[in-house]
Design a protein around this ligand. Structure first.
Ligand code: IMP
Length: 433
């Protein structure tokens, strides 16, 4: 039977190029669902020469006739969402009543979440994570502490006022005493969010039931992960992680569907590795190769513009991600960026204190003792962005891909060799089974 529900997840530290892959796979999907994260994510898409940067609306929005869903697991900054909707609509996308659905149960990011995020980061010290400063962590904190404000609460004026007043009271003294900041006033927030209420209302529904019904009626649903497995709140390089479940298992809880519905999971990995923000990164390169990857790969954050840290491909984390997500297919992106390197390294294992590590380290200190074990392969030269079949690639590039997929233990389904939709070698459509 053809899989009707496919999840796409990042297997590294985010920025793997999920946006482009989701955009491509969306052609075969009817419904595209975000299930975690918020506008810390940033997908840069180039479609017909036009550049789009999406933070909240699923990357499927650039195909006509699809329904994009923002699920209950997402945290929503309404100002960012409304701006994105306006821009997409102005440019001819997200047309029609069914183009976008927003969960009643998704939590809101309020201005004080951003304030808390930035003030904590500004304090520096070991608590500094290098977040995107979008208020993601504090919004999820409130959700878990059961004082969060959900989309449904915003829709109900009296509830919104009550919950907002409670939150301002509760956080005010801490914000003042510990962070030296002032909370925004109740009146200002009521005014600002009152303006968002009616603009958002047409999109707000019980998305769990919507997605479930779509699957029951045989429609194809794509679950679009944000960030990456190594940023997962439980399985990532804690505490240098984001505040949500980025693994495929998160799709069930974050969209409100049964886990067994998800029939296929595609993992997206760069042909090398990058990360933004603080935290462990065993294969990081501080030399001219790292600089080349940053330059040729345009490795600057889509959300914050920060330069990304760059390094060799790390099969240890990719294989761990294959296990955690149950990957059924692997997409390798940005292979073109490696062109021109005489030799290419892949990390095939870790050692610490001279002994091989069987398991991933569990603390930042243990991570700092990791030494990557490398295998070296021949590189290739020339522009490979015109390749449309594996056979069009130089032999060395094919050998590199084969070895990479072998180390991860997952069959290769797609190779991306440029930002454009057509700069893709599609080997297997996950919706085709
Ligand atoms: P937060 O999600 O803003 O709290 O940031 C926590 C960590 O996750 C930081 O290291 C961020 O740089 C990283 N991060 C969050 N979102 C993304 C993303 O979409 N791509 C890459 N890194 C991200």
């Amino acid at each position: 039977m053809r899989p009707r529900a496919v999840a796409v997840v990042g297997v590294q530290w985010g920025d793997e190029g999920k946006g482009k892959v989701v955009d491509l796979l969306s052609a075969a999907a009817d419904v595209i669902v975000r299930f975690q994260g918020g506008n810390n994510a940033g997908h840069t898409l180039v479609v017909d020469g036009q550049r789009f940067v999406l933070h909240l609306v699923p990357a499927g929005a650039l195909h006509a006739g699809k329904t994009c869903v923002i699920g209950n697991g997402v945290v929503i900054d309404p100002a960012v969402l409304l701006e994105e909707i306006t821009d997409l609509r102005r440019r001819g996308h997200l047309q029609g009543d069914d183009a976008l659905k927003v969960s009643t149960q998704a939590h809101l990011i309020l201005p004080y979440h951003r304030l808390l995020d930035r003030a904590r980061e500004a304090r520096g010290g070991p608590g500094r994570l290098g977040t995107t400063g979008r208020g993601i962590g504090p919004a999820y904190e409130d959700k878990m502490a059961r004082r969060g404000i959900r989309v449904a609460d915003l829709m109900d004026e009296a509830t919104f006022r009550e919950r907002l007043a409670y939150n301002l009271d509760e956080k005010g003294p801490y914000v003042r005493a510990a962070l030296g900041e002032e909370m925004p006033s109740l009146a200002a927030l009521l005014d600002q969010f009152g303006g968002y209420r009616e603009r958002l209302r047409p999109y707000v529904i019980n998305t769990s039931r919507f997605v479930d019904a779509a699957l029951t009626s045989g429609r194809a649903v794509l679950f679009e992960g944000a960030q990456g497995t190594m940023l997962d709140i439980d399985h990532g390089t804690y505490p240098y992680v984001t505040s949500s479940s980025t693994v495929a298992g998160g799709a069930a809880a974050g969209a409100g569907i049964a886990p067994a519905r998800i029939a296929a999971v595609m993992g997206i990995s760069k042909a090398y590795t990058t990360r933004v923000g603080e935290g462990p990164f065993p294969t990081e390169l501080a030399d001219e190769v790292g600089e080349k990857l940053r330059h040729d790969g345009e490795e600057f954050g889509a959300t914050t513009g920060r330069p990304r840290r760059c390094g060799w491909f790390d099969a240890v984390i990719d294989a761990e991600a294959a296990r955690l997500n149950g990957l059924t297919a692997l997409a390798v992106t940005k292979l073109d960026v490696l062109s021109g390197l005489a030799r290419i390294r892949l990390c095939v294992g870790y050692t610490a204190g001279g002994a091989p590590l069987a398991d991933l380290p569990a603390t930042p200190r243990a991570w700092s003792q990791v030494q990557p074990v490398y295998e070296e392969m021949d590189g290739w030269t020339g522009d490979i962005s015109k390749a449309r079949r594996l056979d069009d690639l130089p032999a060395a590039a094919r050998r590199y891909l084969d070895r990479l997929a072998e180390l991860v233990g997952v069959p290769l389904a797609l190779v991306s060799i440029g930002a454009g939709r057509d700069e893709t070698i599609m080997l297997r459509d996950p919706f085709a089974g």
